[in-house]
Design a binder for this molecule. Sequence first.
Ligand code: PEP
Ligand code: MG
Length: 908
Amino acid sequence: MNAASGARLVFDFADGDRTQADLLGGKGANLAEMTRLGLPVPPGFTVSTEACRHYLARGTEPAELREQVTAALRRLEDTLGRRLGDVEDPLLVSVRSGAKVSMPGMMDTILNVGLNDHSVKGLAAAARDERFAWDSYRRLIQMFGRTVLGVRAELFDDELAAAKARAAVATDVELPVAALRELVESFNQIVVTQSGREFPQDPREQLDLAIRAVFDSWNTERARIYRRRERIPHDLGTAVNVCAMVFGNLGQTSGTGVAFTRDPATGRPGVYGDYLPNAQGEDVVAGIRNTESLDDLAGRDPRAHAELTRIMRLLETHYRDLCDIEFTIERGTLWMLQTRIGQRTAAAAFRIAAHLIDEEVITLDEALTRVTGHQLAQLMFPQFDAGTPATPITTGMAASPGAVVGEVVFDSAAAVARAAAGAQVLLCRRETSPDDLEGMIAAAGVLTSRGGKTSHAAVVARGMGRACVCGAEEIDIDAPERVLRVGDLVVAEGDILSIDGTTGEVFAGARPVVPSPVATYLEQGLDIALKGLDADAADLVRSVDRLLRHADGSRRLTVRANADTAEDAAHARRLGAQGVGLCRTEHMFLGERRVLIERLVLADSAEARSAALAELLPLQRADFVALLTAMDGLPTTIRLLDAPLHEFLPDRTELAIRVAVTEATGGSADPQDARLLGAVQRRHESNPMLGLRGVRLALVVPGLFAMQVRAIAEAAAARIAAGGRPRVEIMVPLVASVMELHLVRDEIDAIIAEVAERAGVSLRIPIGTMIELPRAALTADRIAEAAEFFSFGTNDLTQTTWGFSRDDVEAAIFVAYLAQGVFAVSPFESLDREGVGALVRMAAAAGRRTRPGLTLGVCGEHGGDPESVHFFHEAGLDYVSCSPYRIPVARLEAGRAALAADPGGATA
Ligand code: PEP
Ligand code: MG
């Protein structure tokens, strides 16, 4: 819609509801919802995301915005009987950002808008508290200076620290009025010298500039980084919430806090929260002072605490999920400032989903929509070995789980640099701010000495799946000196610490890590995994088991493994693989067997070639017998050799040097070397990935595929003779034309028939092909004439569709492409639905037109990627095949995909 066409851009809280997050942002929609529920929300209004998009696109606010803000402001003033910035009893407002998707710490908030040199006196009189009024005013100049006028935050922080030092007090609440008045003056001075303009005294100008600053904050560097990481589109824009101020800094009967309806770190039932008496807004999240618990609040103010508890229960029932909230108590009266579905750790996600089923709040199907494959993958991370106990040097708060051994760094830049050099780093900060985001992404773990479980460090680390210990107060972090101290212990940058985000413990040096209970469960089953676990861990394992079993019962896709050896296959089978979707046979020709390939390449007669192949045959047969034994009864797709032959030959340059050096020193080169060099030179290719590989080998190097097929058929016959149930399938790689497939099939069929006859068994071996070239996808109807199954090789299909060399581009091009938003994630990691996906859909449909029962699978890396699994379900594939360790993730996501596609239809 065109915002300049008279659209409504401003909505009172009383006018919206939670379904309008697109227009009102998440925060605005939920404020409206709480207002609708009759909860104590201070009145206010929301400027829509549409107004923001207009501003971002054109650089000016929509023409009617000013008028609509005026109207909303008047309604607000009339409701409260006060005027914005009034000299006697001023209305003050907060201005806060709120995008559709929550972006913790990314956007800016300005409190106390409406204060100026006159209204500060009115506020002091109305509140009968001069200290409070001047504290509020200095906060406004500080926040406004930073976010609207672009003044560096440290300038204000340093001035505040100096004021505290002069007054000989430890915290800002102890600053006397005179000191606060002086601060206002010096803050004003900072604003003038840094921004070249006075702090605006006109309340309405403050409001308009603040709204614009929120719009602008959508495009700050850190917001863009966050969105790229979280795959949030850049064109959503943010809403702006303007809300009547209530004050948590009106003395000891006031305060502000954040709370969760359940523990977001462990998932334990029971409310969890941090409260700061006599504080305002961001103080809690910023981790500036250490907080109290909700139990402490119950002691201070039982009435407000009881009301808060009642509201939290109501919200959780209403939203049917863990909610996080922000609240303020103003002289004993509770106000709700925000609620939303709360972020949580992976463990908490599984436990809370399972608990909500038991509490009959959600169904099993819904529970499965509340957990993700990414979270399951996190739970499979190793933990510290309880068998080698260690004494922590200190314990902070368990903010985000995971066991991390890392090299200590003290700022974001060092974290990025050391991580780029391959180190596993632990970012140690007093507290983190959005400026630390890049360092947090680069680090394996985060350690802070200040702040609670709802501090910036904790919230962001949880969101990113980084281990985090926060508020470890005994640690003195001296970033300028690049050391931290715990008692007598001094840890310098580069030293190693270990942190446990599940317990909050910090250890000197490196501790050994062991598999997690969830990994043990996935490998060895529930009974073994549950042995010796504490109640929390056991509850987690049971929750994972319950949801994974439900996913298995709901999914249509089967899950196979990419496994080249019997050991890998057996491992995959333990993890729930229902077959092998890709056995890459090239790995079977490395090591000692390389010489046999050399011999094959050098063979100058049919006899010599046959002799080399005859030596390979029994080795290959033994490989396949072992594989088919491990996968007995399950489909096992063996792919014929795909790699260019030169990969098995010595390096061209090394060989050339060896020959040249021998000749230059008067000797004559080893004849074998000389012949090899000739062969290597003949086979040299500029683009081997587009050269003599896959099915092309079968047509150019006679006998190689035939040997492999014979080995497969003989292995199957041997397994049948031994009483097994082999279900082998043969797959031909890199086919582009049905002719190629016809030609190799003729040979394959003949060999299978011959082996079956000789062994006196019946061999039913389906023969199919990879679809990994655009031409194969485009002519899939023809190819299906000769193929009994298709397996999409999305690695090569991505490479050839984009024209990206898969071994080169990730380093050379993708950094720039990701930064500039050409794509939000590498197309080799998560399937490019628009391009490669279109080819997959087209080929699937065309293949099935020719052969209605055609089995369709995928064996590229995308088979284990959560988002891609959903695509393959939607595209109607029969199975995904992925690395063994990703099988549980694929199982879970395949179940989630089935439910997403058919909600309610797949209930077990
Ligand atoms: C593919 O191309 O997707 C595939 C599985 O084959 P490879 O990665 O071995 O080329
Ligand atoms: Mg391939």
